[in-house]
Design a protein around this ligand. Structure first.
Ligand code: HEM
Length: 531
């Protein structure tokens, strides 16, 4: 009896605990069930007809975050078919209104400064990485002046000097890299293209001194800066987490490297140099204020970071596409022999214009694989959508997705087909509206960084439009076309299994890129010198 009593105490306590635990479990389940039920019922109640339709979802806050995040282009396509060009979905608790198609692109990207705001969305991510007082950590009018300084430095003369620099960097890379030793091999391409991109961009835009530091300290520091761009940092940018601590240390260290270089150059009394840093050192804001050293340093970081992901992702896609179509890679090689001469002289800036297929490769790859799939803006005042009854309220975020019109069969026959020849006149897959045709009579506008086309009617806007339009477009084209032309001189690529398959897209980071590993087979051309 005594033993039973001894046992009964702990057992009843255990039952009590289990009972309590299961009660808590049931309560949580009931709470979740009710939350989902109420959320679903609310979506079936009559809604404000002036707001765009809301994408159906079960869970509040989470909304459509998961389906959007897994494959944004598919999400846009499927919901466009259900709800039309303009619809709202819940992204991490925020009502996010997507407006696709050429009118949507125009509405958002050419939105007025009093209506839409980019910095409110991006600053949490970019300011800790770039540093204070530049890009999205300053009034928009100041950003426009900063873009003007950077754009003016990217002259034809500058591009002329960049082509040999980029060309040599690519050749040296292939010579030195252990992954390209011998006559043939298999390599996971995207990390190689990321390195080639940062070496070529840093050398061309920031000079040899900075470029050489990428073999030592800068590569790791930029990697740490990069971690600050993880999408999770939209919420946790402030948190004292290991990767944020490394980001902050890297930002301070890289900025100091640039500031020390500025001081040394000034002390040397250097004049006449044409590089971006020297140009910024000689620039003045309206009212005659010189650009402070820390802003020059932060703009140098911003320039390199802005271009790195987009250009590196694009160059990887180009090479993977070429591996899936060795016949087109061979055509590119032949194009150089036909137009530049069988001895293939060192590549010059002027040569790029003589290689239309080489240009089309970049253009077509950006049509299908634009690295920036979602462009966001905060809404500053209620925005009526022309031609509809909708008014977008200020608690919504606007999302433009120019990739949707770039793969719309209305403009691009066989839109999912990667066909660089579609950009040739008379091609069966030629676009019904080509950007340049539109630009002829397109409205031009100066937001403070030079005249740009509004691009209002164009379905092809991989570099954006409006006041936030890319200033790196020409540089990226020169960089990418040179990388492709030089690579084609050295190698023939193919898929490892010989098929024409193309790998899927990784949407997990802010910029979309090929899923890894993405191995390809390379074979050195007979006439290329084996290293
Ligand atoms: C294939 C390469 C590239 C692509 C596809 C690309 C795409 C874009 C897009 C879509 C935007 C507009 C973003 C928005 O509206 O919120 C943009 C802005 C910008 N890009 Fe690029 N870009 C590329 C390369 C570069 C390079 C190489 C540089 C620097 C040399 C650069 C510097 C910038 C800057 C400074 C902005 C302005 C941001 C603003 O005004 O808010 N980009 N880019």
């Amino acid at each position: 009896m005594g033993l039973l009593q001894d046992l009964a105490g702990p057992l009843s306590q255990r039952f009590f605990e289990l009972g309590t635990a299961s009660q808590i479990g049931v309560s949580i389940f009931a709470f979740l069930f009710l939350t989902v039920l109420i959320n679903v019922i609310v979506q079936f109640l009559p809604r404000n007809s002036h707001e765009p339709p809301l994408v159906f979802h079960f869970f509040p806050v989470i909304g459509s975050t998961v389906t959007y995040g897994m494959d944004p282009p598919r999400f846009f396509k499927e919901n466009r078919a259900k709800y039309g060009d303009c619809f709202t979905f819940i992204l991490l608790g925020k009502k996010t209104t997507v407006y696709v198609g050429t009118q949507g692109n125009d509405f958002i990207l050419n939105g007025k400064i009093r209506d839409v705001c980019a910095e409110e969305i991006y600053t949490v991510l970019t300011t800790p990485v770039f540093g204070k007082d530049v890009v999205y950590d300053c009034p928009n009018s100041k950003l426009m002046e900063q873009k003007k300084f950077m754009k003016i430095a990217l002259t034809t003369d500058a591009f002329r000097s960049y082509v040999p620099i980029i060309s040599d960097e690519v050749t040296n890379y292939f010579k030195k890299s252990a992954d390209f030793k011998g006559k043939s091999g298999i390599v996971n391409l995207p990390p190689k293209m990321a390195q080639i991109t940062i070496f070529t961009a840093s050398h061309a835009l920031q000079g040899k001194e900075i470029r050489d530091k990428f073999d030592e300290t800068l590569a790791d520091l930029y990697h740490d800066l990069d971690m600050g761009f993880s999408p999770i940092n939209f919420s946790l940018h402030w948190a004292p987490l290991p990767w944020n601590n490394r980001r902050d240390h890297a930002q301070r260290t890289v900025a100091k490297i640039y500031m020390d270089t500025i001081k040394e150059r000034r002390a040397r009394g250097e004049t006449g140099a044409q590089d971006m840093m020297m140009h910024l050192m000689n620039s003045e804001y309206k009212g005659g204020v010189k650009v402070p050293d820390h802003e020059i340093a932060h703009m140098m970081i911003a320039l390199l970071m802005a271009g790195q992901h987009s250009s590196s992702s694009t160059s990887s896609w180009i090479m993977l596409r070429l591996a899936s179509r060795p016949d087109i890679m061979q055509e590119l090689y032949q194009e150089q022999i036909d137009n530049l001469g069988a001895d293939l002289p060192p590549l010059q800036y002027e040569d790029l214009a003589k290689l239309p297929l080489n240009q089309a490769i970049v253009k077509e790859t950006l049509r299908l694989h634009a690295p920036i799939h979602s462009i966001m803006r905060a809404v500053k005042q209620p925005m009526p959508v022309p031609g509809t009854k909708y008014v977008i309220p200020t608690d919504h975020v606007l999302l433009a997705a120019p990739g949707v019109s770039a793969s719309d069969p209305q403009y691009f026959p066989n839109p999912d087909l990667w066909d660089p020849h579609r950009w040739e006149q008379g091609s069966a897959n030629a676009p019904s509206i080509v950007r340049n045709e539109v630009e002829e009579d397109d409205e031009k506008i100066d937001y403070g960084y030079g005249l740009v086309s509004k691009g209002a009617g164009s379905p092809y806007l991989p570099f954006g439009a409006g006041r936030h339009r890319c200033i790196g477009e020409q540089f990226a084209n020169v960089q990418l076309q040179t990388i492709v032309a030089v690579t084609v001189r050295h190698f023939q690529f193919s898929n490892v299994d010989g098929s024409d398959k193309v790998i899927g897209t990784d949407y997990a980071s802010l910029f979309s890129r090929p899923l890894e590993p993405a191995p390809i087979r390379w074979e050195r051309r007979d006439n290329a010198v084996a290293v």
